[in-house]
Design a protein around this ligand. Structure first.
Ligand code: NAP
Length: 305
């Protein structure tokens, strides 16, 4: 079994591969720790022990730990707040991503850097391919886009893995927000003209490990669960699944609204479905429908209550 250790503990005698997880306490980081493949020993850091915005610390940790694989799941993810905290977003998502890439390249470690569908403007109506033109519309999207560029400029053999609409048990995300509001029983109004693919951080974590272990899977990749939904569809599905599992006592009314009815500081892409075919083939992944992933995640929530 994989195990987690800090600098004060001894590593396994004969690890097959040592991986470093950054942003380890976030939604994806938490799922990465739960899904470490056999034969991999991992070191996990979050902001308190490794701030990716500090190049000296990034370099010191990576050169001391000598990982063969680095997964950068650390990010500034407050999409709306980023509109008024541009500097913080860029320091982590652009500069920090670059520091990690430079240190990983110097170490000769494989790097999987996580990015976002928000690098696109959302004007397409068929799934975005990895080589489609980026045109981010928000500060967060711009900071992540610059992060991608810095990573690939510093380390062309790195893997940039874009994903979308992440949720996980225990995280602050659309599923937990909706369940909380549904428990209060108030009627909900949910945006129906933004379309993407809800993605369980567990399935993204599994895909991340698979890509990280596929040496040929360099460059830009896409991974989400399969299928398409609006936020309204997603909310209805959350309620249906939660009712079926007994996580909710009674349903609440959910009304579809437009983006114009619900203005937010950051502009979000109207359409951000990602084409994941190349990644599925490269890493030998099948993928499953977002609704099945959602049901499984909620079954886990139910089992833990
Ligand atoms: N959430 C989504 O819907 C979504 C969609 C598309 C792509 N993504 C991307 O997927 C990745 C993982 O997202 P997530 O949902 O797991 O995010 P998350 O839950 O917000 O986790 C991010 C983690 O990074 C840490 N962090 C922030 N700044 C840091 C720094 N300077 N140095 C080190 N760690 C730092 C955070 O710590 P603190 O809590 O202390 O700040 C947090 O633990 C990110 O690259 C994100 O951009 C997310």
């Amino acid at each position: 079994m994989p195990r987690e250790y800090g600098r004060d503990q001894q590593p396994c005698k004969d690890p097959t591969l040592k991986a470093l997880i950054l942003g380890a306490n976030g939604q994806l980081g938490t799922e990465l720790k739960k899904t470490v493949p056999d034969g991999i020993e991992f070191i996990a850091h979050d902001r308190a022990t490794l701030d990716i915005a500090d190049p000296k610390v990034v370099h010191a940790v990576i050169s001391a730990e000598r990982p063969q694989l680095v997964v950068n799941a650390a990010a500034y993810t407050a999409v709306d707040r980023a509109e008024s905290e541009s500097e913080q977003a860029f320091v982590t998502n652009a500069e920090g991503a670059g520091h990690v890439a430079i240190a990983a390249a110097a170490q000769g470690a494989r790097l999987v850097h996580i990015s976002t569908d928000f690098v696109f403007d959302g004007r397409k109506s068929i799934p975005y391919r990895p080589d489609d033109r980026t045109n981010p519309q928000s500060v967060y999207g711009k900071s992540k886009c610059e992060g991608e560029e810095r990573v690939l400029a510093a380390y062309p053999e790195a893997t940039v893995l874009r994903t979308a609409w992440l949720y996980a048990a225990g995280g602050r995300n659309f599923v937990s927000t909706m369940l909380g509001l549904m428990r209060e029983g108030k009627p909900l109004r949910v945006v129906a003209d933004q379309v993407g693919t809800p993605t369980w951080a567990r399935t993204l974590a599994e895909a991340t490990w698979a890509l990280g272990l596929t040496l040929s899977a360099t460059g830009i990749h896409h991974w989400t669960d399969a299928g398409v939904a609006s936020w309204y569809d997603f909310a209805v599905a959350i309620q249906d699944e939660a009712m079926t599992l007994g996580l909710l006592d009674k349903p609440t009314g959910i009304t579809p609204i437009t983006t114009a009815d619900y203005p937010t500081p950051a502009m979000r892409p109207a359409y951000s479905v990602l084409d994941c075919r190349v990644t599925r083939e490269a890493a030998g992944l099948e993928g499953r429908h977002w609704r099945h992933a959602l049901a499984e995640m909620l079954r886990e929530v139910k089992a833990s209550t």
